[in-house]
Design a protein around this ligand. Structure first.
Ligand code: AHR
Length: 499
């Protein structure tokens, strides 16, 4: 890979000479991940794709929380993943040092925790206080034994060390609104109240000041512990939000939207929920897992690589519902979306892959990813970036061992294919998201509009003077020339690269 970078002054000089700093990611050229960027200054090629960059046309400042992730008490994500007191690779807190370093190095901005389906049966009180007193409980979501040796304080301390923010999930399944507010008090109030003093007794003097909270998980799903109707959930979410804000008014609260487009209640659930709680929340969640299988693309790779287009449609439709309810409420507030579970997941969705058989830290959802999965993940990241004006949080589900970019064993950790597009987004996407105009040849996919061979998203870091383009070639048969034409206050220039 060749990467061009420059400070602001160099950037402007390079723009005027045709050597803009560009990072091109997510490529499919004869089995390689990256194409060498060949600069063709002044050339006027007839290319298959052309990207028009106007540095003044931006979508929104990029919220880094768009590249968040997720750690659930599920399989080996926590135990044997990030926490393994018995391991030679762990520190005195039991944190896996190699994994912690890797996550810190990646710069994951926000991590959702503790679930997922797990959270809907979780009593947070089981996971705080002296470890020897914590109960071993049966997690009914994944039929797993939960030792509770890792809980709220361990996670929040781990987040500090990993340089990431927590996105805390609340149990609105078996849990009550009062218990949710109690957890906020435990985490965020300094002292002098029942729950803040309990935290202090547990050895944590300073409040954690957790800002982002998910009001439950996938409450539309019949599989969810405590599943209820949209109206019931909306009322419960509103009540929890009100009680939580009495404790701490500075919270960012996310209501549960539909858990997938496949749900029979898709969008109708979102509307009914928001009719009850619109005024009390800031964001709405949406989830989606993709796969190259019957339901999504039927094993057709060309179609599979186009599926990120359907993610954008899901975003568009969900926003339409948010804005409809906004209209009903005559509210000045515009909600944002939290795409807090997204990934490829279709191989390990049944049988022993989702049943812990009452063991501790069983091997669950250990999906093995290939090249086409990584390419789709790159496309999905592009889709999120393009929608950065309204999608403010998104979580690659998940981070370690469970449908994850990072896997561990007793001796080391290793990266799966999907790690790479994710790490490139984390590394290179900075500043403002660009509103690009892309011209590309297209191909036909049944049931979809013509799909562009070349999918592009871009960011511009005005401060650092760096333009980053994330380019996915969906064409399985050949490489594509991509000409980048950019316009600034200086005269327009162009360059041409092959992907
Ligand atoms: O990420 C795995 C599971 O997928 C989560 O627990 C749940 O929320 C979703 O259905």
């Amino acid at each position: 890979m060749k990467r061009y970078s420059a400070n602001r002054r160099q950037f402007l000089r390079q723009v005027s000479t045709g050597a803009i700093s560009t990072c091109a990611l997510g490529l499919l050229q004869k089995g390689s991940w990256f194409a060498e960027s060949a600069l063709a200054q002044g050339a006027a090629p007839s290319s298959a794709a052309r990207v028009y960059v106007d540095t003044r046309r931006t979508v929104a400042p990029l919220d880094r929380n768009l590249f968040g992730s997720f750690l659930e008490h599920l399989g080996r994500a926590i135990y044997e993943g990030i926490y393994d007191p018995g391991s030679k690779l762990s520190d005195s807190n039991g944190y896996r040092k190699d994994v912690l370093n890797e996550i810190r190095k990646l710069g994951v901005p926000i991590i959702r925790y503790p679930g997922g389906n797990f959270v809907s049966g979780y009593n947070w009180l089981d996971g705080v206080g002296p470890k020897q007193n914590r109960p071993r409980v049966l997690d009914k979501a994944w039929d797993t034994l939960e030792s509770n040796q890792f809980g709220t304080n361990e996670f929040l301390a781990w987040c500090r060390e990993a340089g990431t923010l927590p996105l805390m999930g609340l149990n609105l399944g078996t849990g009550t609104a009062e218990e949710a507010a109690a957890l906020v008090e435990y985490c965020n109030v300094d002292k002098g109240t029942k729950w803040s003093d309990l935290r202090r007794q547990h050895g944590v003097a300073d409040p954690w000041k957790v800002q982002h909270w998910c009001l439950g998980n996938e409450m539309d799903g019949p599989w969810q512990i405590g599943h209820m109707s949209a109206t019931e959930y909306g009322l419960k979410a509103a009540d929890a939000a009100r009680q939580m804000r009495y404790v701490d008014p500075d919270l960012k609260l996310i209501a549960c939207g539909s858990s997938g487009v496949f749900m029979p209640t898709y969008l109708e659930w979102d509307r009914e929920v928001l009719e009850q709680c619109y005024n009390y929340v800031d964001g709405l969640s949406l989830h989606r897992y993709f796969g190259n299988f019957e339901r999504d693309s039927g094993g057709d790779t060309a179609k599979y690589l186009a599926l990120n287009v359907t993610m954008e449609r899901q975003i568009e439709e969900t926003l339409a519902v948010c804005d409809l309810v906004r209209g009903h409420k005559r509210s000045p507030k515009k909600l944002w979306l939290s795409f807090d579970e997204w990934n490829v997941w279709y191989r390990t969705t049944g049988g022993d892959d989702v049943n812990g058989h009452r063991k501790e830290a069983p091997h669950l959802l250990e999906e093995v990813y290939n090249l086409e999965d990584a390419l789709l993940v790159g496309g999905l990241l592009n889709s999120l970036v393009r929608n950065a004006d309204r999608v403010k949080i998104a979580c690659l589900a998940q981070l370690v061992n469970v449908i994850a970019p990072i896997m561990t064993n007793a001796d080391e950790f290793f990266e799966q294919t999907i790690y790479y597009p994710y790490s490139w987004a984390l590394q290179f996407a900075r500043g403002a998201v660009l509103n690009l105009l892309v011209e590309s040849s297209t191909y036909e996919v049944k049931g979809m509009d013509p799909v562009a061979h070349v999918d592009v998203a871009g960011t511009l870091d005005h401060e650092g003077g760096k333009l980053s383009l994330f380019i996915l070639n969906r064409d399985l048969s050949k490489s594509h020339d991509v000409e980048v034409v950019w316009r600034t206050v200086l005269p327009a220039k162009s360059r041409r690269d092959r992907f």
